[in-house]
Design a protein around this ligand. Structure first.
Ligand code: DSN
Length: 420
C-alpha cells in the first residue's frame, strides 16, 4: 500500500495526491516555472524537520533543541554561498515574493524609486507592479522592452534611470526568453548610483549548470526561488554582499517571518548538492537545447515567437495574430491535449492580461524527464495540431492519448507509477 498513513487518516487527500502524480506523469508539463523535484528533495521536504520551531539563526535561536536544525541550515547556507559565489546567503525566505520584500525592506525606505521590468513585458509582480506591495510601497517606474526587437534596450534603461534616479534597479524576469547582460545592469546602476538587485528565480538552474551567465558577484543583492529550473522544494534564498547581510537577515526575521521551514531548508541544501554535479550541467544545457528545438518547430508551424526565439528555458509565442486564437483559448485546448502551458501577455499586448494574446512555455520539466530534441519536434507538431483544433474535443483527446503514450517512456523524478 502506497501512502498507508494517509489511506488511514485522509483517503480523500491520498486520492488527490495520486491523481496529481498521474497527471504529472501522463502530460507534457511546459509551464516554465514548474519542474519535478527529485526523490531526495521530496524525502527532505516530507521529513520530521517540519516539526521543529527555530526562530532566529544558527547558534542564535530563541528556542532550545537546535542541535541538528542548526547544522541543516548552516549546510544549506554554505552550499548557497559556494554555488553563487556570494559572501552571504539567507535560506529562510518562504518563497520568492517574501524574499524580494525582505530585500527591499532592508535596503530601501518607503517611497524610494525602483525600476523593474513592467509585468506585461515579462517582469514579476513583486518588481514594482502597481497592485502589488512593491508598487504601493515604493515609487515604481517600470522599464519596458524595446517595441521593435522585444529585447531589453540597455541604452533606454540607462536613459530612464538617469531621469528617474532610482535607488534600485531590478533585473531578472518571468517571461523573457533571452539572456540577460548583468554587466550592463551593473554599469547602469553604477552610473546612477542605484542598487543592483537580481531575481534569478527562473534561471537559477541554468546559472548553476553553466547555461546562463551569473549576476554574481556583480549584483548587490539577489534572490531566487528554489523550485524552478533549480528543481528544489518550494522556497527561496537571498544572496547579498556583506554590507547588506545584517539588515537582510533582520528583515526576514524578525521583520517579516517567524520560524523558518526547516524541512524546506534541508531540501534546498539537497537541491544545491544535486546542482553541483556533472549531470546537472548536462540537464541545464539540454533545457536550452530543447527550448531552441521546440521554438524552431513552433516557428515552422507559423507561430510568431516573441524576440524570434529563445536563449534560455522559456518560449513566449503569439497565438492571436498568428492563428486568430486567444492565448487562453490556446492554453485550454493544449491542456485538453495533454500539454500544460499558461496563457501570457506578449510585450505591447493589445489585449488585457486575463485574455492575453500569447502562451508561455518552457522546457525544464520535460528535460528533467530525459526528453531531448526528437521529443520536442513531436511536441511542436502536437501543439500546432491542438491549436488548429481548439473546438474539436475528439482531436484534442486523440493528441492527449499520443502524448500519454510517449510520456510512458520517460520517468518523472520523484514519482513511481509502481506505487499506484
Ligand atoms: N508564478 C511564477 C511563474 O510562473 O513565473 C513567478 O512567480
Amino acid at each position: 500500500m502506497y501512502l498507508p498513513a494517509l489511506q488511514n487518516t485522509d483517503p480523500a487527500i491520498r486520492d488527490l495526491i495520486i491523481a496529481e502524480e498521474k497527471r504529472e506523469w501522463d502530460k507534457m508539463r511546459l509551464i516554465p516555472s514548474e519542474n519535478y523535484a527529485s526523490a531526495a528533495v521530496m524525502e527532505a521536504t516530507g521529513s520530521i524537520l517540519t516539526n521543529k520551531y527555530s526562530e532566529g539563526y544558527a547558534k542564535k535561536r530563541y528556542y532550545e533543541g537546535q542541535q541538528f536544525v542548526d547544522q541543516v541550515e548552516l549546510l544549506a547556507i554554505e552550499r548557497a554561498k559556494e554555488a553563487f559565489g556570494m559572501p552571504h546567503a539567507n535560506v529562510q525566505p518562504y518563497s520568492g515574493s517574501p524574499a524580494n520584500m525582505a530585500v527591499y525592506h532592508a535596503v530601501l525606505e518607503h517611497g524610494d524609486t525602483i525600476m523593474g521590468l513592467a509585468l506585461p513585458h515579462g517582469g514579476h509582480l513583486t518588481h514594482g507592479w502597481k497592485v502589488n506591495f512593491s508598487g504601493k510601497t515604493y515609487n515604481s517606474v517600470p522599464y519596458e522592452l524595446d517595441p521593435e526587437t522585444e529585447l531589453l534596450n540597455y541604452d533606454k534603461i540607462l536613459e530612464q534611470a538617469k531621469e528617474v534616479k532610482p535607488k534600485m534597479i531590478i533585473a531578472g524576469y518571468t517571461a523573457y526568453p533571452r539572456t540577460i547582460d548583468w554587466q550592463k545592469f551593473r554599469e547602469i546602476c553604477d552610473e546612477v548610483g542605484a542598487y543592483f538587485h537580481a531575481d534569478t528565480s527562473h534561471i537559477t538552474g541554468l546559472i548553476l549548470g553553466g547555461a546562463h551567465e551569473s549576476p554574481y558577484p556583480m549584483a548587490d543583492t539577489g534572490i531566487t526561488t528554489s523550485h524552478k529550473t533549480l528543481r528544489g522544494p518550494r522556497g527561496a534564498m537571498i544572496l547579498c554582499k556583506e554590507e547588506h547581510a545584517e539588515k537582510i537577515d533582520k528583515a526576514i526575521m524578525p521583520g517579516l517571518q517567524g520560524g523558518p521551514h526547516n524541512n524546506t531548508t534541508a531540501a534546498i541544501a539537497v537541491a544545491l548538492k544535486e546542482a553541483s554535479t556533472p549531470d546537472f550541467k548536462a540537464y541545464a544545457a539540454q533545457i536550452v537545447a530543447n527550448a531552441k528545438a521546440l521554438a524552431g518547430k513552433l516557428n515552422s508551424h507559423g507561430f510568431r515567437l516573441v524576440t524570434g526565439g529563445t536563449d534560455n528555458h522559456l518560449i513566449l509565442f503569439e497565438t492571436q495574430q498568428s492563428k486568430g486564437i486567444g492565448g487562453r483559448e490556446a492554453a485550454k485546448a493544449l491542456d485538453k491535449a495533454g500539454i500544460v502551458t499558461n496563457c501570457n501577455t506578449v510585450p505591447f499586448d493589445p489585449n488585457p492580461p486575463f485574455k492575453p494574446s500569447g502562451v508561455r512555455i518552457g522546457t525544464p520539466a520535460v528535460t528533467s524527464r530525459g526528453m531531448k530534441e526528437a521529443e520536442m519536434e513531436k511536441l511542436g507538431d502536437w501543439m500546432a495540431r491542438a491549436i488548429d483544433n481548439v473546438e474539436n474535443d475528439a482531436e484534442l483527446s486523440a493528441i492527449a492519448a499520443e502524448v500519454k503514450e510517449l510520456c510512458k517512456d520517460f520517468e518523472c523524478p520523484g514519482i513511481n507509477p509502481k506505487n499506484w
